[in-house]
Design a protein around this ligand. Structure first.
Ligand code: SAM
Length: 244
């Protein structure tokens, strides 16, 4: 008997606008990571799930569909700095018969106090392309990719916010490129008490995508050497690539 394929957003029903990021390899890799983790996500029984930088709405719509058949009463939120992205995401959700709170804001400003410690699942496909710093935060489509030095300007601003928003059992899924120095990101999160794992690695013609998952592991980290995490990261990545 053939199993029904897991439901994710139907690309034909994803709304678009020339100033809004279209689902691309990175969006698909992030949804694949969520699919890889679908059973865990269902068993995790999240109450609040959130996406920062929702663009077209492809990812948040897929996340809702992945959980919908097994879990109800989850509150979904999505933010984006681009007002057109907020509009397109709402249209994509509507086209799938779904609802979420879509908010036009920088990262999670105006939500941080209300949601502190409450978000159980956070997904982020950030602007990660290394660019001159002045391109970061420009209006329209440029804000989709412009990531400043090493593509890290927006990512590094997001990490403390994600830490504040995540609940004790919170999980964080993040798209990175190898040129973003993901091992440094793991180190920064480790210092905040998060463990990490590579969920998806994908090399395209242009980029080497790595989707990371973080969770609080309750370990007190007094002092961490950059080299330790960097070695651990390289080992995990080569192990992961060998298994594929
Ligand atoms: C690479 S796109 C990802 C879009 C969508 N999540 C996807 O995977 O297809 C990054 C998105 O982040 C948004 N963004 C950029 N800077 C942001 C910020 N400071 N706060 C919230 N969203 C931001 C952009 O407008 C864009 O929609």
């Amino acid at each position: 008997m053939s199993e029904t394929p897991p439901e994710i957003a139907d690309i034909m029903r994803v709304s678009s606008h020339r100033e809004v990021y279209e689902p691309c390899d990175d969006s698909f890799a992030l949804v694949d990571a969520l699919l890889t983790d679908q059973t865990n996500l269902i068993n995790h029984k999240p109450n609040i799930c959130m996406e920062i930088g929702c663009g077209s709405g492809y990812v948040i719509t897929s996340l809702i569909l992945l959980l919908k058949s097994k879990l109800s009463n989850i509150h979904y939120l999505a933010t984006d700095t681009n007002p057109l992205a907020a509009k397109v995401t709402t249209e994509t959700l509507e086209a799938h018969g779904l609802k979420a709170d879509v908010i036009c804001t920088d990262i999670a400003s105006c939500l941080e106090t209300r949601l502190a410690g409450l978000v159980d699942v956070m997904v982020v496909n950030p602007p990660y392309v290394p660019t001159p710093e002045y391109e970061v935060g420009m209006e329209g489509i440029a804000s989709s990719w412009a990531g400043g030095e090493n593509g890290r300007s927006v990512i590094d601003r997001m990490l403390p916010v994600v830490d504040r928003l995540l609940s004790e059992k919170g999980w964080f899924y993040l798209v990175t490129l190898s040129c973003n120095y993901p091992s440094e990101i793991c180190l920064m999160m480790r210092k905040r008490g998060f463990a990490w794992r590579i969920l998806v690695q994908r090399s395209t013609e242009e980029e080497n995508l790595i989707i990371l998952k973080f969770w609080r592991d309750g370990e007190e980290v007094e002092r961490l050497e950059e080299e330790t995490i960097s070695d651990e990261f390289s080992r995990s990545l080569s192990l992961f690539m060998r298994k594929q």
